[in-house]
Design a protein around this ligand. Structure first.
Ligand SMILES: Nc1ncnc2c1ncn2[C@@H]1O[C@H](COP(=O)(O)OP(=O)(O)OP(=O)(O)O)[C@@H](O)[C@H]1O
Ligand SMILES: [Mg+2]
Length: 475
């Protein structure tokens, strides 16, 4: 579709000029009065408006305002004669993108118009991405058929509309973060930021400056003032992830923010008012932490106004088939292939496995299968052995880490069973290849399939990574 430029000017030679210059690439629509221009912007999707300041029926400033009121969000460029620059500047204060003086310098005109259209494309893209993000984190995108989860969702939906603190509890990988995001995106704060803070990731003093920000010169190295996460989340939601790891000395400081809705930047002299909603998550039993003196009771009560607990996957086994199919479809979609299907005996194994890493572990396994399975149907033998072999991993491996199908992982004895009669050199080669393949897959997983980042991380060139991917049949 060609982009549309609407030229609102009573001089017909101006519209003609635009058609001459831009007609090959864009659709140029002309309007001789403000009223006609506004009508066109209502009827059609316009990407740029060129607006004359002097129109027969309305001033340019009024027209600009009406354009905005009727919902036009794209750029407006004001066309002025010499001597009208003041009004043009005023128009820019009212939201015009730029101005250009008549008579036009053609090169300058091209430059300004193309810049504005680029801007228009970017803002459209941002709007589209934001909508997509909202969609992605809406409750309906959390996949479940479990009655326990569905009940939980009706509670989440109700709690989203208010500002109460929610504490999301659950084992690792159960979906605490996805639920926290769903709460934010289902709340009236959804157009404001969702700001995650991992309380376990930083040492105490860094966490403090990360949360509260600092003024210039607050400590050596603070060359410029920096706003903290609470400030950045103004009118939105702060997600305190792994809140059970919050260092004890930090706890009263957080409590104070929650009670007073104000923060002090480090080294600052004035208190800044903030308006944030807190959602916290933990995979620890916080009441236990309180009992053991590792978490302040007053903060616990403040955060856990509304506690919810996401059940582990093994307590909602009915979710395993739907989630497995969902992830296979998602990964197939990313690679533009048909999704794998899972044979019944393989599905039985998936359903009876206890999933210590919960949904994240299931997702990882589905990703590995999507990458490695040559056949469109997943059979029992395609699954990593630790899923179906009760003895696997009892020697020297950690079954919850997951391993790709057909790889030695930790149990080298499997190599002898699978490939009897191979000599040491050959076995070593195979074991080495298995480890290398596993490392490459882990790096790809870590960077969401981004090969440049994975190659950087592994300190090999992209070319080497590609060669290995082909060698191991990953692409
Ligand atoms: N019900 C679900 N439907 C779809 N995807 C899910 C669901 N639950 C979890 N996931 C996915 O599983 C992965 C792990 O979820 P998430 O990061 O929310 O878990 P977590 O409880 O925060 O884990 P951790 O304690 O390790 O931080 C994510 O990729 C998430 O998108
Ligand atoms: Mg998490």
């Amino acid at each position: 579709m060609r982009e549309k430029i609407l030229v609102i000017d009573d001089e017909s030679n101006i519209v003609w000029l635009f058609r001459e210059i831009f007609g090959d690439t864009y659709d140029v629509l002309g309007a001789h009065t403000a009223e006609r221009g506004l009508q066109t912007a209502r009827d059609q999707e316009v990407h740029l408006v060129m607006l004359d300041l002097r129109l027969p029926d309305m001033s340019g400033l009024q027209t600009l305002e009406k354009l905005k009121v009727q919902g036009y969000q794209g750029p407006v460029i004001i066309m002025t004669a010499y001597g009208e620059v003041k009004t043009a500047v005023q128009a820019m204060k009212s939201g015009a993108y730029d101005y250009i003086t008549k008579p036009f310098d053609v090169e300058e005109l091209k430059h300004v118009v193309q810049g504005a259209l680029r801007y228009s494309r970017l803002t459209n893209e941002v709007t589209r991405l934001r909508r997509e993000l909202e969609e992605r984190f809406h409750l309906k995108n959390i996949i479940t058929v479990s009655p326990k989860m569905i009940e939980l969702f009706s509670v989440i939906e109700r709690v989203s509309s208010s500002d109460v603190c929610v504490l999301v509890q659950g084992e690792s990988g159960t979906g605490k973060e996805i639920v926290a995001k769903a709460i934010h995106y289902a709340s009236p704060r959804k157009d404001k930021p969702f700001v995650p803070v991992n309380c376990a990731a930083l040492p105490e003093h860094l966490l403090e400056s990360e949360l509260f920000g600092y003024e210039e010169g607050a400590f050596s190295g603070a060359r410029r003032a920096k706003p903290g996460k609470f400030e950045l989340a103004h009118c939105g939601t702060v997600f305190l992830d792994e809140v059970g790891e919050l260092p004890l000395p930090m706890q009263p400081k957080i409590l104070r923010v929650l009670e007073e809705n104000q923060i002090d930047r480090l080294g600052g002299t004035r208190r800044l008012p903030i308006d944030v909603r807190i959602v916290a998550a933990t995979n620890k039993d916080l009441r236990d932490e309180v009992r053991n003196g590792r978490f302040r009771q007053d903060l616990y009560f403040r955060l856990a106004v509304f506690p919810i607990t996401i059940p582990p996957l093994r307590e909602r086994k009915e979710d395993i088939p739907v989630l497995a199919k969902h992830f296979l479809k998602e990964f197939a979609g990313k690679r533009n292939t048909a999704p794998l299907t899972i044979q019944e005996d393989a599905m039985d194994i998936l359903v009876s496995y206890p999933w210590p890493g919960n949904v994240r572990e299931l997702k990882n396994i589905m990703q590995q299968l999507s990458l490695l399975c040559d056949d469109p149907v997943v059979r029992k033998r395609d699954l990593p052995p630790f899923l179906w072999d009760p003895d696997w991993g009892t020697k020297d491996s950690n079954p919850s880490q997951g391993s790709a199908p057909g790889m030695p992982g930790g149990d080298l004895n499997k190599l002898f069973e699978n490939e009897p009669g191979l000599g040491l050199t050959q076995l070593k080669k195979q074991a080495w290849a298995g480890i290398e393949k596993q490392l490459i897959l882990s790096a790809l997983e870590m960077f969401d399939g981004n090969r440049t980042l994975a190659a950087d991380y592994l300190r090999v060139s992209r070319r080497t990574l590609y060669t290995k991917l082909r060698e191991y049949g990953i692409v």
